[in-house]
Design a protein around this ligand. Structure first.
Ligand code: PAF
Length: 291
């Protein structure tokens, strides 16, 4: 495995490689990232992982400065996982000039996480496009845990005609169901135990939705929208001291609110437990679709 820190050296190293499969990360790697690497290895000969904490996607009061940076340990894990190249550029190299050209994502980037993190997806889309231009992969793997990010990257690739296949990697969870995230380490032991309540809440919502949709199909007069389920989940979390940014039930292919006929649904959430912001989501299928 080679660790490369400049754009010139990376281009030189990759000039005869194809197919290149790319896994962009911000480092502080956990099993979730390593699973994306495993997916990448299944798809291509040369696996490139980038490690770069991108200042453009953090708001002024967010955790950019305290975001854990563990390059040495990350490289050991990547070496054991069979990665070919780690690209770990400096901020000076990636942003050699002030970044004035930015990718302006569509309106969906201002909803859900985007409503609470203004400019976040602009920063993500811009750095991902830059990394795509540098690495020039044939495929790229992004985790489904960041469901809205994956959606926006897919839209960018489609609408800007980038010759890249985007692959979504499944969310890896701890034994109690908590989605793995670098930010989980901000949780104290009590919060860490409580944190699993989020995925249990989403699972209960999924079950209730499927039940209501089935009643609806059978014309048993069940409610046609799920806003009361969203509200119940918000109330349940708030009652235990969580601060809810959003819990929303959306169409999984557009991320828009559900309309008649939608079958593939995703429940998305962003919540604060103490000083830690957690996101999670659950995809589910409503047999026969919403009527
Ligand atoms: O998901 C992440 O870790 C980041 O948003 C990404 C895609 C590496 C861009 O900085």
């Amino acid at each position: 495995m080679q660790i490369i820190s400049t754009i010139t050296a990376l281009r030189h190293r990759l000039r005869d490689e194809e197919p290149v499969v790319f896994v962009p990360t911000m480092g502080n790697l956990h099993e979730g990232h390593l699973d994306l690497v495993r997916v990448a290895r299944e798809h291509g000969r040369c696996v490139v992982v980038s490690i770069f904490v991108n200042p453009l996607q953090f708001g002024v009061n967010e955790d950019f400065s305290k975001y854990p940076r563990t390059l040495e340990q990350d490289c050991k894990l990547l070496e054991q996982s069979g990665v070919d190249v780690v690209f770990a550029p400096s901020e000076q190299d990636l942003y050699a000039q002030p970044q004035q050209f930015m990718v302006d994502p569509p309106a969906i980037a201002n909803e859900l996480c985007g409503a609470f993190r203004p400019g976040h997806f602009r920063g993500v889309a811009t750095v991902v496009l830059k990394l795509f231009n540098i690495v020039q992969p044939q495929m790229a793997v992004f985790g489904k845990k960041d469901f809205q990010q994956l959606h926006i990257v897919r839209q960018m690739v489609a609408q800007l005609n980038l010759p890249i296949e985007v692959i979504g990697g499944e969310t890896v969870r701890a034994a109690d169901g908590l989605a793995l995230s670098s930010r989980n380490q901000y949780l104290n032991p009590t919060e860490r135990t409580e944190a699993a309540f989020l995925c249990r809440t989403l699972a209960n919502m999924g079950k209730a939705m499927r039940g209501q949709a089935a009643l609806n199909q059978a014309k048993l007069n069940s409610p046609r929208d799920f806003s009361s389920l969203e509200q119940e989940a918000r109330d349940a979390l708030s009652a235990r001291g969580w601060k809810v940014e959003y819990i929303a039930i959306r169409c999984s292919s557009t991320l828009l609110p559900l309309t008649a006929g939608d079958k593939d649904v995703v429940i998305l959430a962003a919540v604060w437990l103490g000083k830690t912001r957690l996101i999670d989501n659950l995809e589910t299928n409503l047999q026969g679709g919403l009527s």
